[in-house]
Design a protein around this ligand. Structure first.
Ligand code: G6P
Length: 613
């Protein structure tokens, strides 16, 4: 999705803006631009395509100024083009605006402005904003912040804005209404950004603007007001991300680094959420033990990879806690007319905490008086703030667009949470709980085992990557693993991939099987009641000459005898096997993508954080 940065301070702004935009590249974009103010002179540079194109433009035609805003755009209204890229200007070229999100009533505003003589230069929803400000300023000249505030009052939708103007050349303006934006405080300089990594190198403290707030930033002051005009005390927090953590640490891509970070992330989660008595501890969640007794149902909402974690969560809650559980997609949940009441706990799962459909689901659940527990990776995110309780996955910044460590952290969080609730409700035998905790402690080493065998995974990927399509199968706990393996593959290698519940094979997808189709099947053993059934599914594929790639436990000669290639994983309890098995599929997709020569960290058309519905 789009990215915003802004700078005001003693240094030349252009390189800092470009650096900030580069740090936001992972969010996905198709064009970029900056606007700089040097006294009363406003300069704008925009380019379609990679940021290096914008850098070339700035090298050929430098833009000076110690105040500026920048933007990476991911097209929603209007194709990727220079005219549609941000910043957008008013008709006098004195106000520049960058915008994330969507202005829902832009069409009527555009008509109104056209009737007043405005000639639009782009097809975007954004361009109405500088022109509305211009109109407000014309109606009551002088106070720019006031004109901005009034103009915003006319907008409907979700947005974050960065604004500069030649009419107030000593100030940077920021507005947040439904889309994330922070004000980063450095030494004698101030930044704005849609995401902390943009400015991580330069700031140690940040103001996380709340919805309905605007900031007026001058070299010596940050003034925050609500959009109704009332002054508020800014909520300043330490930025605890370590800049090195956002670097690749020697790995060829962020995704590969993040895949390798998984054992560490899981160990950390266990350290945080398992007590000295070897039982999960969640006092910090703030949901009382009594609450879990009156609870009747759990409803999990999420999108993308986090949705697959939700399916896993549903299985665990049903198996370990005796509660009815459901998992749904954020984008579907909101429109299905969910019958939820206050005896339902809504669990929202999100890496970024900013996914529009997940947030909308949470707001709906809140209106229905449900409590909200979120499993989230970003402190200070909208989701974290809007939840009654948050289980932070603390996986560190995830830069690769395809989610990996956030996913296994979500699975681990679900495992801990379900064990906790199962014990509280006396539905889970404490001896079984202890086995599961011991199993969780073995997971990081099991993942290391998989990582150590990445060359074998690469060899299999090299052999099978070139076809047009692939199928992924799994059952029960590993049904979401199959879905996630297929999603990883299509996201980064662009090979079409279908994830299926293995039992569904004969209800349709079996028609696809021939001697060319790679069929990746998760068939790990343990005490798994579906192991034998999955073996039968594998035989169905074998009988039709499908090319089976099996994920199996070490030493499983039965599976190996059926498969063309077998990728081995260590045995862990059935319930926890998805946390290990998926790492094999992440690497399989990774090496397939590498063989197909794609841009792994920034796959085409994808955005890391989808802040529009
Ligand atoms: C986007 C990302 C996915 C992610 C999904 C949900 O589509 O590309 O990787 O799984 O959003 O994001 P969230 O931040 O809510 O987990």
């Amino acid at each position: 999705m789009c990215g915003i940065v802004g700078y005001i301070g003693p240094r030349a702004a252009a390189p800092l803006l470009v650096e900030g935009l580069r740090n936001l590249e992972y969010r996905g974009y198709d064009s970029a631009g900056v606007a700089l103010l040097d006294g009363g002179t406003l300069s704008v540079r925009k380019r379609v395509g990679r940021l290096s194109n914008l850098e070339d433009a700035l090298a050929t035609e430098p833009a000076s100024g110690r105040l500026g805003i920048g933007h990476t755009r991911w097209a929603t209204h209007g194709e990727p083009s220079e005219a549609n890229s941000h910043p957008h200007l008013d008709s006098r070229n004195r106000i520049a605006v960058v915008h994330n999100g969507i202005i829902e009533n832009y069409a009527e505003l555009r008509e109104e402005l056209k009737a007043r003589g405005h000639v639009f230069r782009s097809e975007t929803d954004t361009e109405v904003i500088p022109r509305l400000i211009e109109e407000e300023l014309r109606a009551a000249p002088g106070d720019f912040a006031e004109a901005l505030r009034r103009a915003i009052g006319r907008l409907r939708g979700a947005f974050a804005l960065g604004v500069i103007t030649a009419d107030a050349p000593e100030a940077l303006f920021a507005v947040r209404e439904g889309s994330p934006l922070i004000v980063g405080l450095g030494e004698g300089e101030t930044f704005i950004a849609s995401d902390v990594p943009a400015v991580l190198r330069h700031v140690r403290r940040a103001i996380y603007l709340r919805d309905g707030e605007m900031a007026e930033i001058t070299p010596d002051r940050v003034r925050v007001r609500r959009l109704d005009g009332t002054e508020v005390r800014p909520d300043t927090q330490n930025v605890d991300l370590n800049p090195e953590a956002a670097e690749r640490a020697g790995f060829e891509t962020f995704m590969l680094k993040e895949i390798h970070e998984q054992p560490r992330v899981i160990r950390q989660l266990l350290k945080t959420y398992v007590g000295p008595d070897d039982r999960p501890r969640f006092e910090s969640l703030g949901l009382s033990p009594d609450y879990f007794q009156i609870l009747r149902r759990v409803m999990i909402v999420s999108c993308g990879t986090a949705y697959h974690a939700g399916i896993y969560g549903r299985l665990l809650f049903e198996n370990l806690t005796g509660l009815a559980a459901e998992a749904d997609l954020g984008s579907e949940f909101r429109y299905r007319g969910p019958r939820i009441e206050k005896d339902t706990l809504v669990i929202a799962v999100s890496q970024s905490g900013e996914t529009a459909d997940t947030l909308a689901s949470v707001r709906l659940a809140r209106r229905k008086k449900c409590k909200i527990l979120s499993i989230c990776n970003v402190r200070g995110s909208s989701l974290a703030r809007e939840s009654d309780a948050v289980l932070f996955t603390d996986a560190g910044p995830e830069i690769g667009v395809a989610s990996t460590k956030a996913y296994t952290a979500q699975l681990t969080s679900f495992a801990l949470l379900a064990i906790h609730v199962g014990l509280l409700r006396e539905e889970l035998d404490p001896a079984r709980a202890a086995e599961l905790i011991a199993g969780l402690r073995a997971v990081p080493d099991a993942i290391h085992y998989v990582l150590d065998r990445k060359e074998a995974i690469r060899a299999v990927a090299d052999k099978h990557h070139s076809g047009p399509s692939s199928m992924y199968l799994g059952r029960k706990f590993n049904f979401p693993t199959a879905l996630e393996g297929a999603l990883k593959n299509k996201e980064i290698s662009y090979q079409h991939a279908e994830g299926y519940a293995a039992g569904e094979l004969k209800h349709g997808p079996i028609a696809l099987i021939n001697e060319y189709l790679p069929v990746v099947c998760v068939c790990t053993r343990t005490r798994d009641e579906v192991y034998e059934k999955t073996l039968s599914n594998l035989k169905e594929v074998e009988a039709r000459h499908g090319r089976i790639i099996a994920v199996a436990n070490d030493g499983d000669t039965t599976v190996a005898g059926l498969a063309e290639d077998t990728l081995y994983v260590p045995e862990v309890p059935e319930e926890l096997s998805p946390i290990v098995n998926v790492v094999t599929l992440q690497l399989l997709a990774y090496y397939a993508a590498q063989a197909r020569g794609t841009d792994i960290d920034k796959p085409r058309n994808l955005a890391k954080s989808v802040t529009v519905e």
